[in-house]
Design a protein around this ligand. Structure first.
Ligand code: URA
Length: 236
C-alpha cells in the first residue's frame, strides 16, 4: 500500500475508534463462522477514547477552580472533526450548563460558523480552562499550567487538520507566544504538527464591533484553508 494511503487508513481507524470504541465492523460477508459473530453491532454511543478521557478528568480538583465551579466544561462537537476551536474558559452560562460557548459569545460563534457553512456538529469546541474563573477574570498562569495537559491530550485524541484559537489567552497558551493578537492573526502556526490560525474572541467582538470586519476576513481564510485541507472545492 502506498505511504499516503496507509496514513489515510490509519487516520480513518483512529477516528473510527474515537467514535465507536475498539470494535471494528466491516460491511460485506463476514470472514468469521456464524458461531464467532456477535448478534448485532455495538451501540454507536459506545464510549471512545475522548469520552473515556472526559470521565477520567471530570472530577478534577487540581486547582482551586474545582471548588468553585458548578460544572466541568470538557468540550462539545464532533469527535471526528477536522476543525477545532479553542476558547479561553467557561463563563457563567457555560459553568451552569457544562458546555462551551453557550452564552452570548457562543451565539455569535454559532452565527460565524453558519456564515462559513458550518455548525457545532461539524467542529469541536473546547477551552484552555475547563472550569470557570470566578467573575470571569483572566485565567491565572497557575490555572493554565494545571489545565493545559488536558487540552494537550484532547487535541492529541481529536487529531484535527486545523486548530483555530479564539482570543489572546488561547493563542498565547497554545503557541507559547507573547506577540499581540493583531500580529498573531497574520501568521500561521503549528501545534504538534497541526496547523493553527488565530482570531478574535467572540466576546471581544461583542465589546468592540469594529473588530467584526477583520474577524470575518479571518473566518473566510479559515473556511478556505479548512476546505483545502479536507479536499473540498473552494467556495466560488
Ligand atoms: N468564553 C470562552 O472562552 N469560552 C466559553 O466557553 C465561553 C466564553
Amino acid at each position: 500500500m502506498p505511504a499516503l494511503a496507509q496514513e489515510d487508513a490509519a487516520r480513518y481507524l483512529r477516528r473510527h475508534r474515537l467514535l465507536f470504541g475498539d470494535q471494528l465492523w466491516l460491511s460485506g460477508p463476514s470472514p468469521l463462522p456464524p458461531s464467532a459473530r456477535a448478534a448485532s453491532p455495538p451501540e454507536q454511543t459506545q464510549a471512545g477514547p475522548l469520552e473515556a478521557f472526559r470521565t477520567e478528568i471530570k472530577d478534577c480538583q487540581n486547582c482551586p477552580l474545582g471548588a468553585t465551579r458548578t460544572k466541568f466544561v470538557f468540550g462539545v462537537g464532533n469527535p471526528a472533526a477536522d476543525l477545532v476551536f479553542v476558547g479561553e474558559a467557561p463563563g457563567a452560562e457555560e459553568d451552569r450548563i457544562g458546555e462551551p460557548f453557550v452564552g452570548r459569545a457562543g451565539k455569535l460563534l454559532d452565527k460565524m460558523l453558519a456564515a462559513i457553512g458550518l455548525s457545532r456538529q461539524d467542529v469541536y469546541i473546547l477551552n484552555v480552562l475547563k472550569c470557570r474563573p470566578p467573575g470571569n477574570r483572566d485565567p491565572l498562569p497557575a490555572e493554565v499550567s494545571e489545565c493545559e495537559p488536558y487540552l494537550q491530550e484532547q487535541l492529541r485524541l481529536l487529531e484535527p487538520k486545523l486548530i483555530v484559537t479564539l482570543g489572546r489567552v488561547a493563542a498565547q497558551t497554545l503557541l507559547r507566544e507573547q506577540a499581540s493578537l493583531k500580529e498573531m492573526r497574520s501568521r500561521t502556526y503549528e501545534y504538534a504538527g497541526i496547523e493553527v490560525r488565530t482570531t478574535y474572541h467572540p466576546a471581544a467582538l461583542l465589546r468592540n464591533p469594529n473588530w467584526k470586519a477583520p474577524a470575518w476576513e479571518d473566518f473566510q481564510k479559515i473556511r478556505d484553508r479548512y476546505r483545502e485541507l479536507t479536499g473540498q472545492p473552494p467556495v466560488a
